[in-house]
Design a protein around this ligand. Sequence first.
Ligand code: FCB
Length: 459
Amino acid sequence: MENIVFPQGFLWGSATAAFQVEGATDADGRTDSIWDEFCRQPGKVVGGDCGEPAADHYRRFEQDVAMMADLGLQAYRFSIAWPRVRPDAGEVNQKGLDFYKRLIDTLRENDITPWPTLYHWDLPQALEEKGGWANRDTAFRFADYAAATVEALGDRVDAWTTLNEPWCSAFLGYAAGVHAPGRTEPRAAVAAVHHLLLGHGLANDTIRAASPNAQVGITLNMYPIIPVDPRDPADLDVARRLDGLQQRIFLDPLLKGEYPADVVADLEPFGFADNIHDGDLGVISGPMDMLGVNYYTEHYVSSSANGSEPGPSPWVGVQQASFPVRDAPTTDMGWEVRPDGLTSVLLRVHHDYPKLPLYITENGAAFRDDFSGNGAIDDVDRTGFIASHLRAAHTAIMAGVDLRGYFCWSLLDNFEWAEGYAKRFGIVHVDYDTQVRTPKMSARWYSRVARDNALVSVS
Ligand code: FCB
């Protein structure tokens, strides 16, 4: 048996996001988000799926928290739906806040640390109609929403995350158009980058003022971007550009107080610098207590047009493809299983930026689950995926990285954005017809890992 023990106090959790699990999209005063609207557009989401019924978590959260407690999970990363708390980005909706109060109280009664994210992609549609994240005003509306939320829930929460994966919000939503709001406007996408970061900074200040003892952070999705041919200057340049757009455009302003000069130059044709006002970078780079890292795979990139998957290209100036590489196994998303990349991204942040505590806020895999004869789901692939990534995380800890916790994505099977319900990431299976939950083998195994604070053998 492997002897991989995690540092004392390492936090073991699981994650979901509001639109992906809650359902109840019309309940208690909630109004549309950009995802409700996007789902209505034909052909945008596989199977025409939408946010209903999802995993009906809004109505079944007590059962779900009891299940987390049974599994011995110590923390729950969930997101708060802006369109519940301030429908149409207008007045505060007490019923929306009350739902999160009940959820948080139930978690705390079960000794599970609530780990809320304020924005996991569900912008009120009313704000999109005023320009969405391309409009600077949205950053201030986000801060208003953060203020109302922290005022109501701050006495119950010790760790806040402002944004989840702003890269996806900006580039997949406003340049590639494959996520809500489905726009294909590179200028809007780069404006969105800045306004998301500004929103983070304003919300960070607001939370700190209201809840001085809480930890505040942001979650970024990180990938090593690797040139297919490291001797080819053109490949190297594409890798530099994409790494700039994917990682440094977020990490540098947050942690160093400036945008990388090469990225600003690359984005000159899209008017990026015009969005930056005096004082913005000071707001964006306000002190943070932690950084969340979401990790799924790594990307090999090339200047040649022969790749297949569009990979991490945000469709802003670089139209290169990402290369499915060699013989790596892939998940049901078609993503290569590359645990070493997790060690690399953790080491990269550790070496290149001022040190701050890191949490893996998402990591996991979609695989097709088969019920075996006895009703169990032996998801060997998913279990192996998580085990290999925990090994990689442990390697980073041994190399000195201050990694404090791991949240597997996801607690429940859920609405996987443009892929709808067909892709299952849960360690707990959800039957969408009956809403019956069935913990998979991975859940039972992960429960032992959390209990032992160590990698235990898969059996
Ligand atoms: C991440 C998202 C999360 C989930 C996983 C698979 O990019 O943050 O909501 O969809 O991918």
